[in-house]
Design a protein around this ligand. Structure first.
Ligand SMILES: Nc1nc2c(ncn2[C@@H]2O[C@H](COP(=O)(O)OP(=O)(O)OP(=O)(O)O)[C@@H](O)[C@H]2O)c(=O)[nH]1
Length: 216
C-alpha cells in the first residue's frame, strides 16, 4: 500500500498488473510443451470441436476458422471465466489443398510419397479471447517446410511407428520424421503447433505482455 508521502509526491510504487490466467484450448501435448518451455504454464481445456463439421475456402481460412471455433467454445465455458483463452489449428498446405491428420496408414504413406522432395506450407491458425474484456483476435502463421527424400522403406518404417497418424500433415519437425525434413523457412513453433512470436503479438494487441504470463 502507498503511504501519505508517496501519495502526495506521486512516488507510489507502480503496482504490477495482477497475473493473468491463460487457458490452452487444445489437447495437443506439443502446444502445451511449447508454452511450458517458454515459461508459461496454461490451464488446458479441450474444446471438443468437431473439425470435420467446419468448412472454409482454402487452408489458411480453414486454420483460422477452426482456431476461432476452438477458442470460442472454451471461452464460453464457466471454468474459463476471467481467463485469456488461446485456440489453435494446424493444416499442411500443399498446392492450396489443406491436409490435416491422415485418416490411416495408407493415406500417410501416399502423402509422404507425394510430398517428398517438395515444399509445403504449415499454416497454424491462432485465436486469442480475453474473457475479462471480450477482446478477440485471430491470425494465421505460416512456415514453409522443405521435405527431404525418404526412401519407400523409410516411409514404411515411419508410418509403422504410428506417429504420422496423430499430427497435421503426417509429419513432425521435432519427432521421428525430423530426418526427413531438410529445413524450414519461418517460425518452427508454427510447424509444431503454436507460434510464440504470433502469440506475443496477439497478447500485445490485447494489452498484455507475454512476460506477464511467465509462471515464475
Ligand atoms: N510435436 C509435433 N506435433 C505436431 C507437428 N505438426 C503438427 N503437430 C501436431 O498435430 C496436431 C494438429 O492437429 P490439430 O487439429 O491442430 O490439434 P489437435 O492435436 O487435434 O488438438 P486440438 O487443438 O484439441 O484440436 C497438433 O497437436 C499439433 O501439435 C510437429 O511438427 N511436431
Amino acid at each position: 500500500m502507498e503511504n501519505d508521502s508517496e501519495r502526495q509526491n506521486g512516488t507510489a510504487p507502480t503496482q504490477s498488473p495482477p497475473p493473468r490466467r491463460l487457458v490452452l484450448a487444445s489437447q495437443s501435448p506439443a502446444r502445451l510443451g511449447l508454452l511450458r518451455q517458454a515459461g508459461i504454464v496454461p490451464d488446458v481445456i479441450v474444446s471438443g470441436v468437431d473439425e470435420e463439421a467446419l468448412r472454409a475456402d482454402g487452408p489458411e481460412a480453414l486454420a483460422r476458422v477452426l482456431a476461432e471455433a476452438k477458442a470460442d467454445a472454451v471461452a464460453a465455458r464457466p471454468e474459463a471465466a476471467g481467463a485469456l483463452v488461446v485456440g489453435c489449428d494446424s493444416v499442411l498446405d500443399i498446392d492450396g489443398v489443406a491436409l490435416g491428420k491422415p485418416a490411416d496408414a495408407e493415406e500417410a504413406t501416399a502423402r509422404w510419397k507425394a510430398m517428398r522432395g517438395r515444399d509445403g506450407v504449415l499454416r497454424t491458425g491462432h485465436c486469442l479471447v480475453d474473457t475479462a474484456t471480450g477482446h478477440r483476435a485471430s491470425a494465421v502463421a505460416s512456415t514453409t517446410v522443405h521435405f527431404g527424400e525418404p526412401s519407400d522403406a523409410e516411409i514404411a518404417a515411419y508410418v509403422a511407428s504410428g506417429e504420422p497418424l496423430h499430427v497435421a500433415g503426417a509429419f513432425t519437425l521435432d519427432g521421428r520424421s525430423a530426418p526427413f525434413v531438410d529445413g524450414i523457412t519461418g517460425d518452427p513453433g508454427t510447424v509444431i503447433g503454436l507460434s510464440l512470436p504470433l502469440l506475443r503479438r496477439l497478447l500485445a494487441d490485447a494489452g498484455i505482455a507475454v512476460t506477464d504470463l511467465w509462471a515464475d
